[in-house]
Design a protein around this ligand. Structure first.
Ligand code: 5GP
Length: 178
């Protein structure tokens, strides 16, 4: 069994880098069909989505505008927070544009809900989300992300952009807590 040790925790291989890349190609194809001929802003959520976003946008054929947003997240703990804040906003307007938020993981959905409201309030025409990982058991809202890579149990995962206490983001596969 492939494991990684990060600080005080041991994680085991959960989704391989090959599985991740295969699924990203499928998600990009879906987006390519939906947004063909449209003006789209792709909006990765920092920090966790940087790895997924960079592989994902390379497979898009819709010539997106790419901006970044940063919202407050977990801190160093293992549980989610109901409080989200914009820490780094958009440098150009989204008014009249179709926005696709790119997230690494949707857990309770508070971050997503907050971003949807924020983007609508500054004039986005439509707001959809692609997330690599989705934890349906923890999700607190009625409208789930439109595009999901993998639905997973509520266990804590690291790798491929996701951290444990800021470590493990560089791993190419995704690992789950043992
Ligand atoms: P939500 O607002 O949906 O509860 O949480 C979204 C954020 O919580 C994600 O962007 C991510 O930073 C963090 N998060 C949720 N689940 C996990 C997990 O299993 N591992 C890691 N590393 N972060 C997680």
């Amino acid at each position: 069994m492939e494991t990684v040790q990060i600080k005080d925790k041991t994680f085991k291989l959960y989704i391989s880098k090959e599985q991740i890349q295969e699924r990203i190609a499928e998600l990009a194809n879906e987006l390519n069909r939906t947004y063909e001929g449209k003006e789209v802003i792709v909006l990765p959520v920092l920090n966790g989505a940087f790895m997924f976003a960079s592989d994902f946008v390379r497979k898009l054929r819709v010539e997106p505008e790419i901006q970044f947003v940063k919202v407050s997240t977990y801190g160093d703990g293992l549980t989610s927070s109901e409080h989200a804040n914009v820490l780094l906003g958009l440098n150009k307007g989204v008014a009249g544009k179709e926005v696709v938020i790119v997230e690494d993981i949707v857990d309770t959905g508070y971050t997503l809900q907050f971003l949807r409201q924020y983007l609508s309030s500054i004039g986005a025409t439509s707001v959809k989300m692609v997330t690599l990982l989705f934890k349906p058991d923890n999700y607190q809202f009625d409208n789930p992300p439109e595009y999901k890579g993998f639905s997973i149990p509520s266990d804590f995962v690291v790798g491929y952009g996701l951290d444990y206490a800021q470590k493990g983001r560089e791993l190419e596969s995704i690992y789950t807590l043992i």
